[in-house]
Write a protein that binds this ligand. Structure first.
Ligand code: NAD
Ligand code: DAU
Length: 347
């Protein structure tokens, strides 16, 4: 049975959402607003990945306050967190290809920024600190699925920075009793995702008449989790997660990248000829797979099938060229030239 978590969130009055102008964070702000949380503070630096347009439909709500600031800045964090009873921490550098090109911002934000937040959360005695992490910290899982006790084997600087942050967060529970809960989510997709990531990149490239680059043989597998299901999972962890515990979030929608891109091409009435195979990502993890039993024991279930989620996502990008077209210019164009420019076409 799918349980509604909304009622359980009522015990929180003032919630700080870091990275709430990004992809998943902005959906989570909508979830909190729909749940009737009386004060939702969004702290976001508005990096290339942050976009106030992601919050356009909720920014005028009296419950929502937006604060532009860096999670690594103790003063900005102290001002934003004052009197909050919960923190849900999404803010991060999130793109693996960028981490491989330039790791330093990943350490600065994902590790040092997390530590600044943890210190402030201790000082303000927050009742719950949800650290939003990723299945990438386990590294490749070639068969089966791992539970939360599996060793951490991150294989790229992004995953390593998230693993470091997870361990820091858990150490604040063990050393100081901070009520930390860590979530480790699978590959998430849906509206408002930055076009640097595979699914929106493929959709928007086709809409622009450009080929879709697939790294290596395209047989790498990810478990695709629709963004609203990921947000509901985080809400369960916020409401009912045990302090000091980790909760994997997986949807059981494993697909090779090649199949994901082909499904997008079919939805856009295009043939496989739009695919260009290019040099693989260095250290490319072949497969991720997590077992979400611990979270399911709290009542969470994924509700959106991959076919339905992908259909909704493709339709959204078709309708919202106003949102993504500006994002594919300027900063993104320079990054794309660096990332894709160095890759050879493979056959
Ligand atoms: P995103 O890149 O879309 O958004 C990140 C947000 O963080 C942006 O709004 C950005 O401006 C903000 N930010 C970055 N550095 C900051 C700083 N120093 N101070 C304040 N704000 C800063 O990210 P996303 O895909 O929504 O991911 C959100 C979280 O979920 C991340 O912690 C990520 O590791 C985790 N996660 C993502 C996925 C996924 O597939 N997208 C899966 C599992 C976990
Ligand atoms: O697993 C959770 C992680 O999923 C999150 O923690 C990360 O923040 C998020 O970016 C995502 O990481 P991935 O590296 O799996 O996502 P990305 O969309 O970059 O790539 C998905 C797969 O597609 C991966 O195997 C690499 C491949 N790919 C990606 C791009 C951008 C391509 O083949 N071509 C591309 O152009």
């Amino acid at each position: 049975m799918v349980q509604d978590v909304t009622d359980k969130l009522q015990t929180f009055r003032r919630v700080l959402v870091t990275g709430g102008a990004g992809f998943i964070g902005s959906h989570f702000v909508r979830l909190l607003l729909a749940a009737g949380i009386s004060e939702i503070r969004v702290l976001d630096k508005l990096t290339y990945a942050g976009n106030l347009a992601n919050l356009a439909d909720v920014l005028s709500a009296p419950a929502v306050t937006f604060i532009q600031g860096d999670i690594a800045d103790p003063e900005a964090v102290a001002a934003a967190m004052a009197e909050c009873d919960a923190v849900v921490h999404f803010a991060a550098e999130t793109h693996v290809d960028r981490a491989i090109l330039e790791p330093a911002p990943f350490i600065q934000t994902n590790v040092l920024g997390t530590q600044v937040l943890l210190n402030a959360a201790l000082a303000y005695h927050v009742r719950r600190f949800v650290h939003v992490s990723t299945d990438e910290v386990y590294g490749e899982v070639l068969v089966g699925a791992v539970n939360e006790a599996a060793p951490l084997r991150p294989r790229n600087p992004y995953a390593a920075s998230k693993a470091a942050a997870d361990l820091l967060a858990l150490s604040y529970y063990a050393s100081y009793g901070l009520p930390v809960v860590v979530t480790r989510g699978a590959n998430t997709y849906g509206p408002y995702q930055h076009p640097e990531k595979l699914i929106p990149l493929a959709i928007t490239n086709v809409l622009e008449g450009k080929p879709v680059p697939i790294y290596g043989d395209g047989l790498q597998e990810r478990d695709w989790l629709f963004v609203t299901d990921h947000c509901r999972a985080i809400a369960f962890a916020l409401a009912d997660g045990q302090p000091g515990q980790i909760y994997n979030i997986g949807a059981g929608n494993h697909r090779p990248n090649r199949e994901v891109v082909r499904a997008i091409l079919r939805l856009l009435h295009c043939s496989d000829e739009w695919i260009t195979y290019v040099t693989d990502r260095p250290g490319h993890d072949r497969r991720y797979a997590v077992d979400p039993q611990a979270l399911m024991a709290l009542g969470w279930r994924p509700t959106v099938s991959f076919e339905e989620g992908l259909r909704q996502t493709v339709a959204w990008y078709q309708q919202r060229r106003d949102w993504w077209e500006p994002m594919k210019q300027g900063e993104f164009a320079a990054y794309a030239a660096r990332n894709y420019g160095s890759r050879q076409r493979m056959g």
